[in-house]
Design a protein. Structure first.
Length: 248
């Protein structure tokens, strides 16, 4: 069975006006999803409280069905319902949609463990390269430590501006996600410096480039060479799995 589309201009057939329904969920951008309340109630107590109106039979006239306005947009609501319903769920690889879905999922107080398998395709190399901070924050929200650790390796080259940190908190739902990332960066620099100092530059370079014995060497060249090594290691770390440094 083919996955159903999550295009913004299409409501999946499962939630169209021709499907059995006793309620209409209207997205923030005015897309209508025809649903059976009984299915959603089993998934979330929040939906149970939301559906306080008297039930209407699934064979009632469509224009008589109660309409509940949702805060989620059509794309997010479509993904949310597709995962809840007993149908083949769509393949979700867009990290922006995945982040919105994860936030909505927790809003309706559903166990995050149930959502993880549906978002496994999000943590691909393309997402890690293009949006590593978002991937890290999403993995944090999902409680997936392995993916969070993997994504963190791709964040070294990204500046942690106020806007970036605010976005991480919004996606992760937890300030601790930023704290952990900043702590990682604070530990990184002294370790890089220590690694660079362990390399025996003076044994392999001429005096003019930081080498030499018995104090006969250019100290400034040695310092510059050490700093250059730190910067080279940084560049390699910024692109995990992208080859090795052969400069030193």
């Amino acid at each position: 069975m083919a996955s159903e589309s999550l295009s913004l201009d299409l409501v999946p057939p499962t939630f169209s006006a021709t499907s059995p329904a006793d309620c209409i969920l209207r997205s923030s951008d005015e897309w209508d999803f025809y649903v059976l309340r009984g299915i959603l109630i089993f998934a979330s107590d929040v939906f149970k409280d939301m559906f306080s109106l008297p039930p209407t039979g699934p064979n009632a006239e469509k224009e008589q069905l109660p309409v509940i306005k949702m805060t989620e947009n059509g794309r997010t609501l479509s993904a949310l319902l597709s995962v809840i319903y007993p149908i083949v769920p769509p393949e979700i690889t867009d990290i922006g949609l995945a982040a919105d879905l994860a936030q909505a999922w927790q809003k309706y107080l559903m166990p995050i463990e149930r959502l993880r398998p549906f978002l496994s395709g999000v943590f691909n190399e393309s997402s890690l390269m293009e949006r590593p901070l978002d991937a890290y924050a999403l993995a944090w929200r999902l409680g997936d430590r392995a993916e969070a650790k993997k994504a963190s390796q791709w964040t070294h080259g990204k500046p942690l501006s106020f806007g970036a940190m605010s976005r991480i908190v919004a996606i992760a739902g937890d300030q601790e996600a930023v704290n952990a990332l900043t702590s990682l960066r604070d530990l990184r620099q002294p370790h890089l410096r220590m690694m660079a100092r362990l390399i025996p530059i003076r044994e392999h370079a001429c005096p003019n480039h930081g080498g030499g014995d018995n104090g006969s060497y250019d100290r400034n060249a040695y310092i510059e060479h050490t700093i250059a090594m730190e910067e080279q290691v940084k560049r390699v770390l910024n692109k995990p799995g992208r080859g090795f440094c052969f400069d030193f």
